[in-house]
Design a protein around this ligand. Sequence first.
Ligand code: CA
Ligand code: CA
Ligand code: CA
Ligand code: CA
Length: 181
Amino acid sequence: MSYSLLYEFRDTDGNGTAEAVISRYNNGDAVNSLPDIVVTAYATIANGKYDTVSGVDDVEGDGDTDEDDDSYYTLAGDLASAIVGLSTVGAGRLYSCMLISFADNASGGKLADVNIGLFNVANSDLTRPDSVVTVTGYDKGLYKKVMGSTDADGDNDIDLDDEFIFRKIAGSFASMRDFKI
Ligand SMILES: [Ca+2]
Ligand SMILES: [Ca+2]
Ligand SMILES: [Ca+2]
Ligand SMILES: [Ca+2]
């Protein structure tokens, strides 16, 4: 299991609100590969939850592409939008994108740690994230521990609220591992 997901927030349709654009690299190599799938999540209401998606694949891997698959991506977009420096477009934006991948420490039935790389707006080198948050301790569907947390919610501290955001993002990422190629 080596895929990676790249998250960006951009106004793709020019209506003034940002969409979540989620690109998946099935081989995990976002630097040298083209994405295998690019999903865009839209919010009907400005600053509301994402409720519409395009480009969805069978990410849950049950043989069809339906609203269950849509929900993986709308949830992923909603969770990522909690990282204020990433989802804010214009003034206040800190990060251009976020690249998520598994570490290589999977063992038996235990899922690997999840590395969440954040790239400052001035950084266009996907091999060099400005910060990497590692989410570990997968147990019974949840990631429990966060190392290297940043101020995800932008309230000028680093506390359990920020860790919770990264833990949920890691859980969402891991939940998308059953996609059909
Ligand atoms: Ca838009
Ligand atoms: Ca499906
Ligand atoms: Ca904070
Ligand atoms: Ca706080």
